[in-house]
Design a binder for this molecule. Structure first.
Ligand code: NAD
Length: 494
């Protein structure tokens, strides 16, 4: 994307911030183009907001939040029952928008919107989950714990799930009584405007969800604003560290999810058909742009028959049909450079996705699915996050050697093992250094009510971003001690 000063003809009007229930212009430092990655066309422009816009949203959120917090949670969640059905009713339009700004193919975009609906389901169940604790702690003296909203919170999102990642945080944070400033990725800003409109249609009061668009300066303003109490961030590890440090330095609670390098350990006894199709689906789904995508297969012993099957499947995949483009020209160039570097270092490219173009969409940023064998753990391609449809195969003699490759990764989002042996499966699940592990599944995403969150440099902060693990993050607990019985004895805490 390039900074442009003049209006360019585009399919959609300029994106605007959403503050206090209305779309408003930003007085920020210019605009960026928003492109459709499938053909490279400019479809809109997004404003680059600064501290003034963030502050404007915070002032509005502050006014709205105290009234919202006073609404009982059973009433607050009614908004999310209605919002969930609006997501389902509008799935065609919402998923088309995801496809247009992010590039993922239709089925993947629909799955993303359905996942957003599932996230609402969990938020709707919060009244059944969060009732406080109460106990008579000494004669006539009762302690209880109640949860209160944190106040004004921020959610900063990446480009790869324009609809789902905002919905990782919106339903739970808002149902728990907070007001939110959402900062979508400047590469995919369109979906969040529709999310805000649908929430308003579902009855969310003005000022509870505000959307402030922009990039680095917007994020820095969020980290520095004194009235924002909590920040959730999802994006690369490099930026997750910046946000975690800067937000914590400003005494906010921060949960920052970072990048990933997910390993699939394939044992020789693994079911060949299931394993080959699952491994390929994990690496190529969403063009490899998922933080749960498998990017390293550690092939243990005699697994050539599985690799041959994978090669056949990958050769049959057609970019533009079975997988979409990557997000930008820069991403395509970066991914292709990693492949070239691995080849030069001695790895064997089994299927090469470089230089791919789709007829009629020559301006698109397509990378064909790529398989690279005989990669060694010391190569950059085996260690760094590629974020594209590329699977490297590292050979290992036994399960411990395979686990060693996984455990030495700086990341720790997901890991999975493919085997028919329960003992090996359990061993790998226990020993893998990752927050989300699986057996015979390529994408071990824990669905609600379980929380989503990795280990190591894939997550900074405590708790998870979804599910039960997020409740602690979005609330403050208050411990109440009461004594109404005049007969209760006198002791050290009277
Ligand atoms: P990114 O880190 O470039 O951007 C994320 C957000 O940070 C965006 O809103 C962006 O505007 C902002 N930002 C970018 N540079 C910044 C800077 N220097 N200072 C402050 N803010 C800045 O990530 P991306 O490219 O949009 O998304 C892809 C990354 O997200 C991958 O690394 C992927 O693994 C990760 N991701 C992780 C998870 C997870 O659950 N762990 C989920 C989805 C995506």
């Amino acid at each position: 994307m390039s900074v442009i000063e003049q209006s360019a003809p585009a399919k959609y009007p300029d994106v605007r911030n959403y503050i206090g229930g209305s779309f408003v212009d930003s007085n920020g430092s210019g605009h960026l183009d928003v492109t459709n990655p499938a053909d490279g066309s400019v479809i809109s422009r997004v404003p680059l907001s600064g501290m003034n816009e963030v502050d404007r949203a915070v002032q509005v959120a502050r006014k709205a939040q105290s009234a919202w917090a006073a609404v009982p949670i059973k009433e607050r969640v009614q908004v999310f029952y209605r919002y969930k059905s609006l997501l389902e009713k509008n799935i065609d339009e919402l998923s088309a928008l995801v496809t247009e700004e992010n590039g993922k193919i239709r089925g993947e975009a629909e799955a993303e919107v359905l996942k957003s609906a599932e996230l609402c389901e969990f938020a709707c169940s919060l009244p059944q989950i969060i009732p406080g604790e109460v106990l008579e702690v000494s004669r006539g003296v009762e302690c209880r714990v109640e949860r209160y909203p944190v106040g004004i919170v921020a959610s900063i999102a990446p480009f790869n799930f324009p609809n789902m990642v905002p919905n990782w945080t919106i339903p739970n944070a808002i149902a728990l009584g907070n007001a939110m400033i959402l900062k979508p990725s400047e590469q995919v800003p369109l979906s969040s405007g529709r999310i805000a409109e649908l929430l308003s249609q579902a009855g969310l009061p003005d000022g509870i969800l505000n959307v402030v668009h922009g990039g680095q300066a917007t994020v820095e303003a969020i980290c520095d604003h004194p009235d924002i109490e909590a920040i959730s961030f999802v994006g690369s590890t490099h930026v997750a560290k910046i946000v975690y440090r800067r937000g914590s330095e400003n005494l906010k609670r921060v949960l920052a999810l970072g990048g990933a390098k997910n390993h699939l350990i394939v044992m020789p006894d693994a079911n060949p058909d299931m394993t080959s199709s699952n491994v390929v689906a994990s690496m190529a789904g969403c063009a490899g742009q998922r933080c749960m995508a498998a990017s390293v297969m550690v092939a243990v012993g005699m697994t050539d028959h599985i690799i041959d099957r994978m090669t056949g499947i990958v050769r049959g995949m057609v970019p533009g049909v079975h997988l979409g483009p990557v997000i930008s020209k820069a991403a395509k160039e970066r991914i292709e450079k990693y492949i070239a570097e691995a080849e030069a270092a001695g790895a064997k490219v089994l299927v090469d996705g470089r230089g791919y173009t789709v007829a009629g969409k020559e301006g698109g940023y397509f990378v064909g699915p790529t398989l690279i064998d005989y990669v060694t753990p010391d190569m950059r391609i085996a260690q760094e996050e590629i974020f594209g449809p590329v699977m490297v195969i590292v050979r290992a003699k036994n399960v411990d050697e395979a686990l060693g490759v996984q455990q030495r990764s700086r990341y720790g989002n997901a890991a999975s093992v493919f085997t028919e042996s329960g003992g090996v499966a359990r061993y790998v699940m226990e020993k893998a250094s990752a927050g989300m592990v699986g057996v015979n599944v390529g994408v071990p995403v824990p669905r609600e009510p379980f929380g989503f969150g990795g280990w190591n440099e894939s997550k900074f902060g405590t708790g998870d971003i979804t599910g039960r693990g997020s409740i602690e993050f979005w609330t403050k607990s208050k411990k109440m001690t009461t004594k109404w019985s005049k007969e209760a004895g006198v002791n050290w805490m009277s």
